[in-house]
Structures are given as structure tokens and as C-alpha cells.
Design a protein around this ligand. Structure first.
Ligand SMILES: [Zn+2]
Length: 310
């Protein structure tokens, strides 16, 4: 995903180049384009040089993946080297353990983790809002709730790591993902890509993948983010692009500052982004019109959303 590559193969000079070397050549205009790089001579995974040709920069020049949906060539030397480098590593997380390149998912993703995430909130439908929003009966922050909240954050963080591994496997990284019995686990079954399968079931908690636009609307003293999926979905015979309104101020809390910054930037540049959403969708009605909304409220929304730029 945001993986940094230490080296790249220049398609303009037909040789490997370190980032600083490539940067220097870009300043001297001996390299013309920032996207004429790939993983190695034998692997056509596209890379870009960050800060290509820029005189001033904050982050040191480095290589990054040029796009989200691509995969390393089978037999890629870098992937093999990275698998070797993982030997002896161990990672314990709430929902999985990793030994070397073997990831054992400890939970039944659907019956375990996700349902608990869903049950952690009590929903109440509010009508009369055209873009739709759901309000939640808020709990009174006693210690049990705080413990539950902490527990929930731990689970979400762990799930994020698992999503990251899922994407890395899709990009060609050599991981084996298995369940507790050691049977290969297809994480695809727990993810629902709305760009390919637009059918929704109300209240069905999954890890949804979609593309979205972000806008910043409202007045100066009450700005809110309007997130709208780029593709239409179907929920109980209603066909619409699901939306979510997030009050800018109330959505900011500990641990989500970077996500909020990302939303701000997306709203400014107006390009679509990729979004992962843990949760479910809900149908709202206003003036005889039906809307499909994310089942989230402003306060917690950013906990359940992960964004990636294209
Ligand atoms: Zn490669």
C-alpha cells in the first residue's frame, strides 16, 4: 500500500537507480517522467519517484507504487527477498498471529469480530434528512463503555493490519493466510467489493470496498463532509449511490487526525479515492424518497473508514 521501495529499475535508462540518483537525474532533466520506473528488470510493477524534478521537498525522494490495482510478476526477486527477510519475525494481533510469512487468522471474521463491532452500537433511524444520517442512542461513558471502546479500537486496528496484508497478497507478496485449523483462508470472502457486486443487504456487516468522492459542504460554522460512492448500489429495491454525512468538528477525535486531513484534501482536489468500510448500510426515507446511507454517525465514522488515494 504505502510501501516504500528502496530501488527501482529505470525504463528510460534501462538500469536500476537508487532514489537519490534518480532524483538528481530528474533535476538535471536527464530523466523526463516520474512514472517510468518499475520494480526490477524482470518485474513490471510500476513505481513512481516521489519529488521527481522538484527543487524543494519535505520528504526525501523515494519510490512508491504507481497505482493500487497492480501485482508483482510471479517470481519477482524482491517478493522472494522480502519473504526471506520475514523469517524469524512474529506478530501478535487481536485477530491474527503471524509467524514469518504465515498469517493465522484467529477469529471467525463474520461470527466473531464483525458482529461484535456491529452490536457495539444501538441504531435508531432518523427520517427527514435528505442526504440521510443515522443517529445513535449514545451511552453515558461509564467505565464499562470505555473498556468496550478500547477493546473495539484494538479490534479495528487489528483488522486494519489484516486488510493491509490482504492488499499486499493481492499485490503479489508471498504470504500464506490460513484459519485456526491451518486451512487456507480466502479473505476475499469477508470483503464485499461494491464496485463489482452492488447488491446490499440491510444491516449485513462486512468489510466493504468502494470508490468515493468527498465534498466539504455546509456553512462556515457548521461544515460537514459529504461522502458519496461513485457507483450505484441496490438495497431493498432502492437503487442509489450510498452516502454519508460527517460533521467536520464532531468527527475529529484521537487517532483519526490523518484521515480527516485526507478528507480535506480529497474535497479540495475533487478526485475519487478508495474506501474500506467496516459496517453495514441502512435505508433512510425523506419526503417519500429513499436513500442508502452508511450506518455510521459523525463521532465514530472515521474509526470505521480507511481511505487510500488513487
Ligand atoms: Zn516486483
Amino acid at each position: 500500500m504505502s510501501e516504500v521501495y528502496k530501488n527501482a529499475y529505470s525504463l528510460e535508462l534501462n538500469k536500476p537507480l537508487e532514489p537519490n540518483e534518480a532524483y538528481q537525474l530528474s533535476i538535471e532533466k536527464k530523466l523526463k517522467e516520474n512514472n517510468k520506473f518499475q520494480c526490477s528488470e524482470d518485474c513490471d510493477f510500476q513505481l513512481i519517484l516521489v519529488n521527481f524534478g522538484k527543487k524543494d521537498y519535505i520528504q526525501a525522494p523515494h519510490y512508491r507504487s504507481a497505482k493500487l490495482e497492480q501485482s508483482h510478476t510471479a517470481g519477482c526477486t524482491l517478493m522472494k527477498e522480502q519473504a526471506i527477510a520475514r523469517i524469524g519475525q512474529r506478530e501478535d494481533s487481536y485477530s491474527f498471529t503471524r509467524n514469518n510469512s504465515k498469517i493465522t487468522v484467529e477469529l471467525d471474521l463474520i461470527k466473531g469480530l464483525l458482529v461484535e463491532v456491529s452490536n457495539s452500537k444501538t441504531t435508531k433511524t432518523v427520517t427527514g434528512s435528505p442526504t440521510g444520517s443515522t443517529s445513535y442512542t449514545s451511552s453515558n461513558g461509564d467505565s464499562t463503555d470505555n473498556t468496550k471502546k478500547k477493546e473495539l479500537h484494538k479490534k479495528i486496528k487489528s483488522l486494519k493490519s489484516l486488510i493491509d496484508y490482504y492488499e499486499r497478497v493481492r499485490q503479489g507478496e508471498l504470504f500464506d493466510i490460513v484459519d485456526r485449523q491451518g486451512v487456507p483462508l480466502n479473505l476475499e470472502n469477508h470483503f464485499h467489493d461494491l464496485r463489482i457486486h452492488p447488491e446490499l443487504e440491510e444491516g449485513l456487516v462486512k468489510i466493504y470496498i468502494a470508490d468515493a468522492w468527498v465534498a466539504l459542504w455546509g456553512s462556515n460554522d457548521n461544515p460537514y463532509y459529504h461522502l458519496k460512492l461513485t457507483s450505484e448500489c441496490e438495497l431493498m429495491n432502492v437503487i442509489a449511490k450510498p452516502t454519508l454525512n460527517m460533521n467536520k468538528r464532531s468527527s475529529i477525535h484521537r487517532g483519526v487526525a490523518n484521515k480527516e486531513k485526507f478528507l480535506e484534501k480529497q474535497a479540495r482536489v475533487g478526485t475519487k479515492c478508495k474506501v474500506y468500510f467496516f459496517g453495514s448500510f441502512i435505508l433512510n426515507e425523506s419526503n417519500d424518497n429513499f436513500y442508502i446511507n452508511f450506518d455510521l454517525n459523525s463521532q465514530e465514522a472515521l474509526d470505521f473508514l480507511i481511505f487510500f488515494p488513487y
